[in-house]
Ligand binder design. Structure first.
Ligand code: ZN
Length: 334
C-alpha cells in the first residue's frame, strides 16, 4: 500500500511526492476521479507516509509499527469516514469534529480520509466546511470524490486538488495478469471493459465478462446480414439490459476502433484474442464505413445519456450500422 504499489497514477503520485518533499502539504487534499482508480489506496498510502517511523525518502516503509497499524485499519489517528448507507450523515461529521478537539493519540500526524465526499448532504457539507476552515494542527484531511462539481464550491476552494486519471488499459492488463491466472489476451479484454478502473477489473468475474462480450460481438457481426426485424429485436435486447447498456456500446465502439486501426497500427489492437476476425473485417469495410458505424454508436450513447428513448436510439443505431455494413460488403449492388 505504498506509493510504489499504486498502478497507473504516476502523475498524481508525482504531485504528492513533490508536495511532501517540499513540505508544502495543505491541510486538505481532494482526490478526484472515477471509482476504483486508486484514490482510497493512495489516501491510505499518504496516511502511512505521514506517520511512518522509518520512511524511505517520502514514501512509507510499509513494515514499521505505524505502517502496519494503518494497513490493518487500527491506527487511532487515521480515521476513515465513509457513507453510512447512501450518505455521509451530519452525525458522522459532528462526531469527527468532537474527535478533532483532542490531540492525536500517537503524537504523530492525524489523517482524516473522507471517502465519497460527494455523498455529504448540505448539512453535513456545511459541518465539514467548518472543519476545513479551521483545521487543527497536525491534522490532514483527504477527501475523495468523483468530480469537483459534486461538492460545494466553498469546500473545493479549501482543498488542494489532485486529479486521478483513468488507468491505461495496458497497465490494468499487466496488473491483472500479475494478480490472476488470466493470459495476456484475456487480461487485455477484461481491462478494456474496466474502463480505467483497476478496482473494477480486479473484482470482475472475468469468465462471465468474456462470455458476455463474445455473445455481444457475435450479434454485432450478424448485423450486416439480418432482417430489419432481427435488428430491432437486437436493439430491444440491448435496451432492456439497462445496467450493461453503456458497457455494451463501449465494447462495440472499441471493436470498430480496432477494425479501424488494424490497417495502420495493428500492434495497438485491444481485442487481441480476435485478431483474425478484426483483420478480415478491416479488409471488408472502408474507413468511411467504419467511421460511420462508430459515429452511429456514439450518437446512440449520447442520446441515451441525455435520457432519450433507449429503444428508439438503438434502432436508429442498428439501421445506420447495417447500412454502412452493407455498403462495405456489396459496394456495387446496393
Ligand atoms: Zn513505516
Amino acid at each position: 500500500m505504498t506509493f510504489e504499489s499504486i498502478v497507473g497514477q504516476e502523475r498524481a503520485i508525482r504531485l504528492l511526492t513533490r508536495i511532501l518533499e517540499n513540505n508544502r502539504l495543505a491541510h486538505a487534499l481532494l482526490f478526484t476521479g472515477v471509482d476504483g482508480i486508486g484514490r482510497q489506496t493512495t489516501a491510505k498510502a499518504m496516511a502511512m507516509a505521514l506517520n511512518c517511523l522509518k520512511p524511505v525518502g517520502t514514501s512509507a516503509c510499509g513494515v514499521c509499527r505505524s505502517c502496519k497499524k494503518v494497513i490493518s485499519g487500527n491506527h487511532p489517528d487515521v480515521i476513515i469516514v465513509k457513507p453510512s448507507g447512501t450518505f455521509i450523515k451530519i452525525d458522522q461529521v459532528r462526531s469527527l469534529r468532537k474527535t478533532l478537539r483532542f490531540a492525536p493519540l500517537e503524537g504523530g500526524r492525524r489523517v482524516i480520509i473522507i471517502n465519497d465526499a460527494q455523498t455529504m448532504n448540505l448539512e453535513a457539507s456545511n459541518a465539514m466546511l467548518k472543519i476545513l476552515e479551521e483545521p487543527p494542527n497536525d491534522t490532514y484531511i483527504i477527501l475523495t470524490a468523483s468530480q469537483t462539481t459534486d461538492l460545494l464550491p466553498t469546500i473545493v476552494s479549501r482543498c488542494q486538488q489532485i486529479p486521478f486519471r483513468p488507468v491505461p488499459v495496458a497497465d490494468i492488463a499487466e496488473a491483472l495478469g500479475a494478480r490472476s491466472e488470466l493470459d495476456a489476451d484475456a487480461a487485455t479484454a477484461v481491462a478494456v471493459l474496466a474502463k480505467g478502473s483497476l478496482g473494477r477489473a480486479l473484482s470482475a468475474d472475468a469468465e462471465k465478462w468474456m462470455d458476455w462480450r463474445k455473445d455481444l460481438l457475435e450479434r454485432v457481426g450478424l448485423v450486416s446480414s439480418e432482417s430489419t426485424h432481427a435488428l430491432f429485436v437486437f436493439a430491444d435486447t440491448l435496451a432492456r439490459d439497462k445496467d450493461r447498456l453503456q458497457d455494451a456500446l463501449d465494447v462495440i465502439i472499441i471493436w470498430f476502433r480496432d477494425i479501424l486501426i488494424c490497417r495502420f497500427h495493428p500492434e495497438k489492437i485491444l481485442n487481441r484474442d480476435c485478431m483474425e476476425e478484426i483483420q478480415r473485417k478491416s479488409e471488408q469495410l472502408s474507413v468511411d464505413d467504419i467511421l460511420e458505424i462508430i459515429m452511429a454508436v456514439f450518437a446512440a450513447q449520447r442520446a441515451i445519456v441525455k435520457n432519450a428513448n433507449r429503444r428508439l436510439a438503438l434502432e436508429v443505431m442498428m439501421m445506420r450500422m447495417s447500412s454502412a455494413f452493407r455498403k462495405g460488403l456489396h459496394p456495387q449492388g446496393y
